[in-house]
Structure formats: C-alpha cells, structure tokens
Design a protein. Structure first.
Lengths: 176, 349
C-alpha cells in the first residue's frame, strides 16, 4: 500500500495577502537589512518608512507567483537605500570643500559585542548587506540573489569573503 | 571567534523595528485602498519581458488571422472564377451551365439550334456563301471520326475537300476547308454541326447578283457591238483605213467579251459553291488551366496579404530598427553605469 504525502495543499484556499499583513510580517526584516546597510538607526528607520510608502504605491504590481512579499520588499528597500546613497554621494561631492562626512554610529545593532560591531563597521556596505540577508534575516541563496540582482554563486562568494573578513577583524581586535 | 560563533551572535542580535517605526508603517499601510479586481491591475503586473512574450505571438496570430479572413472574403465565387479563367484563355466565353452541357451528348440539339440560327442563301440569286464553324469533340478518337464524317458529308452533298490539316498530341485540332454546293449549304452546316459541340460559328454572305447582272448586260452590249461591227465590215465600199479601224474595234470587243464571259463564269462558280471552314478540336477545358478552387483562392489571397504585412513589418523594422537599437544600447549603458555606481557605493565601509 502506497502512502501519498502531500507537501502542498491540492487547493490553495489562503486569502490574498494584504499590504498591511505584509508590512506587519516583514517590517523587522526590512529594517534590519537597512540598518546593516546604512549603520545608522535613524536613517534605517526613515528608509524603511520610505520603502513601505513606495511599496504601497506599487502593491498592485506585486505578483506572489514571481516571488515572496519578503524578497519583493527587501529588493524595494535596497533600491530605496541605493537612491539615498546616490543622492548623498552627489551632495557630498557638492559640499566636499566645506562639509565633513557625517560620523556613523559605532554601535548600530543592539546586543552585539563591541568587537563585532567595530569589525562590522570595517566591512563595506555590500559585504554587510549580504551578511544581513543571508545570516541575520536568513534568506536562502536564491532569494538573496534575487534581492541583490546577482547569481546565487556570487552570493555565496560574497558571503564567504565577508565572513572571512569579519572573522579576521574580530581576531585582530582580540589580539590587541 | 569562529565563523559559527559569529553567525550565532549575529542571529541572536537580530534587529527589530521599534514601536515608533511600527506605528509609522501601520499608518502608511492603513492608507491601502481596497483592491478592486480590475483587468488593468492584472495587466500592470506584466513586466515588459512577459508582455513581449505574449504580445509578439499574439500579434503574429492576429496578422495571420487577418490574412486568412481577408483571403476567405476576397476569394470570390467559383462561378466567377470559371468565367474569369475562360476569358483569360481567350476562348469563347461560356457559362458554367454551357460547360456542363458540352459534357452531355446533346449534339443534335446543338445542330438544330445552328439550323435555325444560320442564315440561308437566297434562292435564285448569285451569292458568295462562306461559313466558319468551330466544333469541339470529346477526345482525339472522336476528332478522327468527326474528320472522316465531315469528308463523307461533304461528298454526299456534292461537295469536295479543298484543304485539310490534322494534328494531335494530348489535344487535337483538325482544320478542313470544304466546298459544298450553295444549294446544300444549309443541310451541310446542320450535318456538320452534329459532329460536335458548337464553339463558334460565323457565316458571311456576299451578294454577287449585281455583279452577274452587270457582266450579263456588258456581254449583251459587246455581243451587239460585235454584230454591228461585223455587219459594217461586210460592206464592200470601205476604204482600207476604215476597215482596219472597224476590225480593230471588233477584235477588242471580242477580247473583252471573252474576259467578261470568263469573269461571269468565275462569279457563277463562286456562287455555286459555298466555302465552309470547319475546325474540329478536343475540348477547350483540356487546354484551359485548372480553375482554382475557393480554398486555393483564399490561400493565394492570404499569402498576398501576409506578404504585404511582412513588407510593412520589414519597413517598420528598417526605419525603427536603428532607433530601437540606439535606445536599447542607451538603456543597457545606463543600466551598466548604474550597476557600477551601486557597486562603488556599496564598496564604501
């Protein structure tokens, strides 16, 4: 006698996800990702807020068959953050002669050891974002690749490099 | 600290949004409009790539459909096609019902019709009668039989054969020039018409009676003139010069009389025998190219329309292609530049 195990229900009876539900479920992920990317809590909050405003405007275009709401919101958060980085880069270029770069928070994530905080601060934004997506938010390789717009192999390489660098920095701090 | 320990620590200190941010986001989410299931909302989900994947085959199907429907509508009725095809061959135009009758053995009916329609020579008057008759027979064997019968009919009616030309291959044509006594020409045409289906018939009658009357009158005048001249020449008191003049005039009159008699005999002979130019041939349908069916016409028309559509598409591509290519290159360039900028921005600690 054969036993048939269903990994998915035969009939999808779930009600469509509302924007409010998606926002409630994935706010921490979006905020965490932006915090790691910017190393600035206030800025991360502003960008998260802006991300959800954009997401609300584009919600009708969201197609659950093409990806989860989580990856869609994270990709939108990344695009929002990059827009901000670009604008900030232009502003810095304009004001380079008169303004000093803003100092970023030394401890941007609560609960992390000071060594790890300072080691994270030495990583590039690109390295921190892959750590955030793969380790903190725990996306899988394919989902991370989709958010970053690169291949899963490139995600793997970036993650390995970032972890190695982070480990090295922490070790060096310990030795001091 | 190992990588595993780092990961554990990072995961343990997972950041969470504070209450203020959560409230801000809830306020934003509260502005969500009720999602009405509109068809445009579904369409807006299509990415340009997905749209192209649907639009390109759909356009091709529409173009094919337009060509097919237009082809069917423009293909015309089969009757029109038959007539057009026969006209294009240059033969006698026959309606489809005539074409059907030719296949049926109704040769006698055709002959009777010919009898009624053929103008007859007027009895008692000299007339030149010539007829051209084109008949179709069903095949080459029938052509041979009909040719033999035509010769037999001609002989039976007191006529004779002037020329004959007989040629066959897949189709066959037999051309005969026949002389038949004018008195029997009506009978001859009726009987000859029975040898096949009349494709064409032409009769020409030239009245020669006036010419005969003129020649007869002239002959009488000349004969009287010769008689008068002969009577004067019998006189003995004529001088030599006058005699010579009269004799010359009489010789000229006699010579002219001879010519007049010959001409009158020729005219009478022409009037006595009618000339019938008989052409027997295998059916025209054997020569006519096969008449295309409505389906063939529809296919041809659809192919024509497709060719026009392809030309329009080609012209559009030729004209818009470089612009589209430049736009694509500009878009790819901008995207590449943006990626490089992003990488640069993300490489900063």
């Amino acid at each position: 006698m054969h036993t048939l195990t269903l990994t998915r229900p035969l009939i999808q009876t779930a009600t469509p996800l509302t924007f409010a539900d998606a926002a409630e479920q994935h706010l921490d992920d979006v905020f965490g990702y932006l915090l790691y990317l910017t190393r600035d809590r206030t800025l991360a909050e502003d960008l998260a807020s802006e991300t959800f405003e954009k997401a609300l405007r584009k919600w009708s275009r969201f197609d659950p068959r093409r990806g989860s709401a989580r990856t869609w919101l994270l990709a939108l958060a990344r695009s929002t953050a990059l827009d901000w980085f670009r604008a900030e880069s232009r502003r810095h270029r304009r004001e380079q002669a008169v303004a000093q770069p803003e100092a970023q928070e030394a401890e941007f994530v609560e609960g992390l050891s000071p060594e790890l905080q300072s080691a994270l601060a030495t990583l590039s934004a690109g390295e921190r974002e892959v750590l955030a997506l793969r380790i903190v938010i725990e996306l899988d390789g394919d989902q991370t690749a989709r958010v970053l717009g690169i291949s899963p192999t490139a995600v793997s390489t970036r993650l390995s490099r970032a972890l190695h660098k982070l480990e090295e920095k922490v070790r060096n701090d310990d030795l001091r | 600290m190992t990588s595993a320990e780092l990961i554990t620590e990072l995961q343990a200190a997972r950041p969470a949004a504070d209450g203020a941010l959560r409230d801000r986001v809830r306020t934003i989410a509260a502005a969500e409009p009720a999602r009405a299931p509109s068809p445009f909302a579904r369409l807006s989900r299509f990415s340009p790539r997905r749209f192209a994947l649907v639009a390109v085959p759909a356009t091709a199907v529409v173009l094919l459909g337009v060509a097919g429907v237009a082809g069917l509508l423009d293909s015309g009725s089969p009757q029109q096609s038959v007539i057009a095809a026969r006209e294009s061959v240059g033969g006698t135009v026959t309606s489809p019902s005539d074409a059907q009758r030719s296949a049926a053995p109704q040769l006698k009916a055709g002959a009777v019709a010919s009898d009624a329609a053929t103008p007859a020579p007027t009895t008692g008057r000299a007339q030149r009668f010539s007829a051209q008759l084109t008949l179709s027979v069903k095949d080459v064997d029938a052509l041979s039989d009909a040719t033999q019968q035509a010769l037999r009919i001609t002989r039976d009616l007191g006529g004779y054969l002037v020329t004959v030309s007989y040629a066959t291959s897949d189709t066959g044509v037999s051309s005969l020039t026949l002389k038949v006594p004018t008195a029997n020409v009506q009978d001859a045409i009726v009987r000859l018409s029975g040898l096949g289906k009349i494709e064409s018939q032409q009769v020409q009658i030239d009245d020669l009676q006036g010419q005969v009357d003129e020649l007869t009158k002239r002959e009488t005048v000349l004969r009287e003139q010769i008689a008068r001249l002969s009577a004067r020449l019998t006189a003995t008191d004529l001088d030599a010069e006058t005699r010579a003049t009269l004799e010359a005039r009489r010789d000229a009159a006699r010579s002219e009389l001879t010519k007049v008699r010959v001409t009158r005999a020729q005219v009478n002979a022409e009037a006595r025998y009618a000339t019938i130019q008989l052409t027997l041939q295998t059916p025209q349908s054997a020569v006519v190219p096969p008449v295309p069916s409505r389906f063939d016409n529809a296919i041809d028309r659809a192919v024509e329309i497709l060719a026009v559509e392809a030309m329009v598409v080609l012209y559009t591509l030729v004209i818009a292609g470089p612009i589209l290519l430049l736009a694509l290159l500009a878009w790819l360039g901008r995207r590449g530049l943006r990626r490089r900028q992003d990488e640069h921005l993300l490489s900063i600690p």
